[in-house]
Write a protein that binds this ligand. Structure first.
Ligand code: ATP
Length: 207
């Protein structure tokens, strides 16, 4: 098993890169999706959240009202800590279980963990990455893509970028940088080279 940590700023092209790697056979694990899974109806984490924050935090169908919870933790750091204390261990456990399941299903799997907050995952010793890949596009390009392809206003897009870790903080972690400021084809060519590199490294690792 060979584990790639894939990160990048908002709208940098992480999903685009992850999708291409999956098309070659990589097993994708998406941190944002795991964070949603651990609070689905019926989970211990959702029960603990209701216990702390009350029934008002649920929608009529019993699922978590994310905007309502977001509004609470946005203004109250103590609530945010409480929430993190509930969700973070659950996400960590699920992440490790998914990586272990991928390795058990195929000992030669190349696993791509798509995680916006990679620095935190590394600092927390979540899993050991074989390779860290950072997808990079300049802020103006990302803002333009958010406005044109996702319908955000210029102000919203700019705000989302400025709320994140800086490019230099992310790039400091990178073993490989995928430059996604150009055409899609130029990016996919870099991803294909990355796939070959990972396959070679995986076969050496297990030789
Ligand atoms: P998020 O941070 O929101 O999860 P992301 O990093 O996964 O985003 P993508 O969804 O892959 O980024 O890309 C952002 C948007 O830009 C998408 O609409 C995607 O189709 C588009 N896009 C990605 N790469 C390119 C490219 N090289 N040229 C043009 N459009 C692109």
């Amino acid at each position: 098993m060979y584990l790639i940590g894939l990160t990048g700023g908002i709208a940098s092209g992480k999903s685009t890169v992850a999708k291409r790697l999956a098309s070659w056979g990589a097993v994708g694990i998406d941190a944002d999706q795991l964070a949603r899974e651990v609070v689905e109806p019926g989970t211990p984490a959702l029960a603990a959240i209701v216990n702390e924050f009350g029934d008002d935090i649920l929608l009529a169908d019993g699922s978590l009202n994310r905007p309502a919870l977001g509004a609470i933790i946005f203004t109250d750091p103590a609530s945010r800590q409480l929430l993190n204390a509930i969700t973070h261990p659950a996400v960590r456990q699920l992440t490790r279980a998914r990586v272990a399941a991928a390795a058990a299903a195929d000992p030669h799997a190349i696993v791509v963990y798509d995680v916006p907050l990679l620095a935190e995952a590394i600092a927390g010793g979540l899993v050991t990455f074989d390779l860290i890949v950072v997808v990079q596009a300049d802020a103006d390009t990302r803002i333009q893509r958010m406005v044109e392809l996702r319908g955000l206003t210029l102000e919203e897009a700019t705000h989302r970028i400025s709320a994140q870790a800086s490019d230099s903080e992310r790039l400091a972690l990178a073993d490989v940088v995928i430059d996604n400021s150009g055409t899609l084809d130029a990016t996919l060519a870099q991803v294909d080279a990355l796939w070959e590199r990972a396959r070679t490294a995986e076969s050496r690792k297990n030789a």
